[in-house]
Design a protein. Structure first.
Length: 74
């Protein structure tokens, strides 16, 4: 088994590349994991990606509501 990291460099072709990867995953030729959209705020996110981001966030630094408001106002 080989693990690779992939960065899709063209926003315009992202959906095309992801559809190919999903097709390969459905045929059980590859397994997608830890997929993230970097630098694309508000972009589409799979359930798996959302769960991974939430898990990572839960393990990170915690803020009170007031601390978060101060941080977001910067």
């Amino acid at each position: 088994m080989r693990t690779v990291s992939l960065e899709i460099t063209s926003d315009e072709d992202e959906e095309f590349v992801m559809s190919i990867l999903r097709a390969l995953e459905q045929k059980k030729l590859i397994q997608l994991s830890n997929a993230r959209l970097l630098g694309l705020p508000g972009g589409p996110m799979s359930v798996e990606t959302a769960n991974a981001v939430l898990t990572e966030a839960e393990a990170g630094k915690s803020f009170t509501a007031e601390e978060a408001r101060k941080y977001l106002r910067k």
